[in-house]
Design a protein around this ligand. Structure first.
Ligand code: HEM
Length: 147
């Protein structure tokens, strides 16, 4: 009886060892933000919902009249891919060039960020990734506001 238990324990240990090695594969917490968000399809879904949200927000939707929305979405898809470690090449304008002469005020930027936060929540982006996306956008404020 004791012998059987010993063998059982050894098998359990071996299974455990295999598992812990597996958890070092790219499902770990230190994968690039791009992958933790769910890759390009998830980013495209966030961008699509976000653009619809800003377009329906009377605080800032006047900025988006006369804008080619599919083109804007594609640029945002690529831009977010590139800044989150997805390895895309973003061929669009710099954030400063894209927003120069737009006269975005701080209050406009705040509304934009509020819409982004709501979108990430609506699409169930987890807290850590949500914080990182919001932080990345906040870090670009100086290129967007006041030009
Ligand atoms: C950090 C925050 C922001 C990021 C990362 C961002 C990102 C972008 C990107 C990638 C583009 C496309 C550039 C291109 O044409 O190649 C763009 C364009 C644009 N952005 Fe932003 N944006 C930000 C904030 C804002 C805010 C606060 C507003 C207005 C309230 C705004 C309004 C626009 C508009 C209207 C365009 C289209 C310009 C055009 O095609 O004529 N953006 N943005």
């Amino acid at each position: 009886m004791r012998h059987v238990l010993t063998i059982g324990f050894a098998v359990a240990l071996a299974a455990c060892g295999g598992k812990s090695k597996g958890s070092e594969q790219p499902t770990g917490p230190d994968k690039p933000l791009f992958e933790r968000l769910g890759g390009q399809p998830a980013i495209n879904a966030v961008v699509h919902e976000f653009v619809a949200t800003t377009g329906a927000d009377p605080r800032i939707n006047m900025f988006f009249t006369n804008v080619d929305i599919p083109k804007l979405e594609k640029a945002m898809d690529d831009h977010i891919c590139s800044i989150t470690g997805g390895g895309c090449t973003y061929a669009g304008k710099s954030m400063l060039d894209a927003h120069t002469n737009m006269k975005v005020l701080q209050k406009d930027f705040d509304a934009f960020m509020d819409d982004l936060e709501k979108t990430l929540t609506k699409l169930n982006v987890p807290a850590r990734e949500k914080g990182e996306v919001l932080g990345a956008f906040r870090g670009m404020a100086a290129d967007v506001v006041g030009h």
